[in-house]
Design a protein around this ligand. Sequence first.
Ligand code: SAM
Ligand code: SF4
Length: 356
Amino acid sequence: MTHGGVLQDTHNRIIRDLRISITDRCNFRCVYCLPETEEAANFYRPNSTSPNNSRQANNSPIYHWKPRSQILTFEEITRVARVAASLGVNKIRITGGEPLLRQGVENLVSEIAAIRPIRDLSMTTNGTGFPALAKRLKEAGLGRMTISLDSLDRDNFKKITGRDGLAEVLESIRIAKSVGLSPVKLNAVIIRELNDHEIVRLANFAHEQDVIMRFIEFMPLGTRQAWDREHVVPGAEIIERIAAKLPLTRLPAGNPSETSTRWSLGQGAGEIGVIAPVTQPFCGNCNRIRLTADGKIRTCLFSLGEHDLKPALRSGASDIELADQLQRIILKKEPGHRIGAPDFVQPERTMSRIGG
Ligand code: SAM
Ligand code: SF4
């Protein structure tokens, strides 16, 4: 299909990057995303009175996953990706929830990898279930992997993710490198009093393993709205703490839309990046949109509204009509998020239901 236009917003930003969430489900219960219990959600706020979700007798929240009928099929996802590519999108990240939970994910990867001009196809995953799928994903055309790793301490990993999964995630990192899904990036969300004492250890790990470790500021996107600024470790502080122990050299930015500032760790091995959306917003150069597992386009992580593509996808709309709809949606892209503004309102969806 050729449409001829691009996805340009009213602030002259051209969208090149589509993040596709393929499921809202997850097998982890990260405290900052999908906490298992009230206690987990408020580990740093012992006296919190944050609002409850519905909950079970054992005090676990009940997550209401979207019914299957509301989740886009692989054909529908591929179609949106193809139409977006015809409008200039050239970078796609598959995410979730936990994308590896979706059966046959390698088939979706191979469909999307065949779309021209997609030149960068990646996946963000918590790494569980990956060892068994790695080769198939690589053969299907996946380019690279980002694996979340918030802690190198088994107990702390369990406290953060709700699962005793560190060994498997470490194995996944090893396998991702060995099958050539590189550069392998690791995401660590840093939260004060939870894992900030591991910052230097995580940076050292990047050096030892020759991978890219990206430290991400804690954003207000969790289930219980249990976020506060005191627990955000600013990107500048993360760099200071690493620079006090390891030789850091600032690397030039690859392109203006890059979300992270990048640093080499000396002797060529490993790299770190800092993603600081809270203290150093990069909205002015944002070229991303997101497609949720249930078919909604979100023009910003922090959008309070979203745009449903399902009615068009399921009522026989043509590719041209879909492209027109996408172009109209992009005109509504917000100039930037408003974290820190007195009237900031956290979106209802958690990161797991948006797609990080
Ligand atoms: N389940 C996969 C994983 O964890 O890698 C993919 C989805 S997850 C929502 C994508 C990324 O978002 C992860 O690296 C996660 O750490 C990050 N994330 C989730 N909630 C966050 C928050 N409140 N602040 C910052 N990053 C967050
Ligand atoms: Fe699951 Fe990823 Fe959210 Fe953790 S961050 S609960 S692994 S979706």
